[in-house]
Design a protein. Structure first.
Length: 331
């Protein structure tokens, strides 16, 4: 018995399957649906995302699923809805760990996708988000989904989880049934996980300081990082939200925190890039800057970007953002 409806799987030239978690609750929300082709909710039921799988055929269409930084072309994005409030070290799965039903359904869905699109099950073609950087050489800025499973506490790290996942997917394809994992221990946090705080103009404290630091790291300076949510922070936050096609309301809602944490990646038309990134998008901005267009955002590219920003009224912004692309288009 199949899990995924046939109309979810149109003909397309797909080469990889990337497995994620949403870092949210056990239900798919509107943001999740924008960024994944398929989601598996906590009860093991699949949910279809807004972008069709065909949208990730190159060249990418305007409504493609932006699930993996600089690696969305020809890649299907599937995610379990889980792990809100999770912590990597020391490991804590949060209030929404991956359930046994979810993991079993994910394995079945990945097997069906691999068969439908004739994708061999290898470490470079069927992989977790955490494996993209080590297996494909594409920088992902510390992503750790999926490196731990509460139902399989013996598996620790991207390789252990990825290898076990692929072994079970192969069994399903061959008509075998993987050994179901146990329910796993109930997560017992040392303290309740902190929710994403909703911050607005006038708020003060450590949460506001964290927001300012995150905005500054993303290339949108809030002025002094002093824990005081004033006009500069509000304007910086609104600019960041606009750059990510979010409602520019100047408050730190759930989708804004998710974007600041880098949960989702948009490659176009204005991809956000920073030192250490690689790929065609890097080449695209290196050329007009007059540096070697090798697709590697290194120190020479950073120096050229800093100089370009200074000449175009963007001093202090050390990442390629929407305003950078607009200035480059005007050259």
């Amino acid at each position: 018995m199949t899990l995924l409806p046939s109309d979810w799987l149109p003909s397309a030239n797909m080469k990889r399957i990337h497995v994620h978690w949403t870092a949210g609750g056990h239900k798919a929300n509107s943001t999740d649906k924008k960024h994944y082709h398929i989601m598996i909710e906590g009860d093991g039921m699949p949910v279809r995302g807004n972008p069709p799988i065909t949208a990730n055929e190159p060249p990418l269409s305007s409504n493609y699923a932006a699930h993996t930084k600089n690696a969305n072309s020809s890649a299907i994005g599937i995610s379990v809805c889980a792990m809100l409030g999770a912590r990597e070290n020391p490991f804590y799965p949060g209030a929404y760990p991956i359930t046994s039903a979810q993991w079993a359904a994910l394995l079945q869905a990945v097997a069906e996708l691999a068969v439908r699109y004739d994708i061999a099950v290898t470490p470079t073609t069927v992989l977790t988000h955490a494996e993209v950087q080590p297996n494909l050489g594409i920088t992902q800025n510390g992503k750790w989904d999926i490196t731990r499973l509460t139902t399989r506490p013996d598996l620790i790290g991207y390789k252990a989880v990825g290898d076990a996942m692929r072994a079970d997917v192969k069994k399903i394809i061959e008509g075998e049934t993987p050994q179901p994992p146990g329910p796993g221990p109930e997560p017992v946090p040392p303290e309740p996980p902190e929710p994403y705080p909703l911050l607005r103009y006038g708020d003060k404290g450590d949460s506001a300081r964290t927001l300012q630091w995150s905005l500054n790291s993303a290339g949108f300076s809030p002025g002094n990082i002093d824990g005081d949510f004033g006009h500069k922070t509000q304007n910086s936050l609104s600019d960041f939200q606009s750059s990510r096609s979010l409602q520019p309301n100047g408050t730190s809602d759930q989708e804004t925190w998710a974007a600041l944490e880098g949960r989702f990646y948009d490659e176009g038309p204005y991809p956000v890039l920073l030192k250490g990134d690689k790929g065609n998008a890097v080449k695209a901005f290196q050329r007009p800057l007059g540096v070697n267009a090798d697709g590697d955002f290194g120190q020479k590219t950073q120096n050229a970007l800093d100089s370009f920003h200074q000449s175009n009224g963007l001093s202090g912004q050390r990442v390629v953002m929407k305003q950078t692309w607009e200035a480059l288009e005007g050259m």
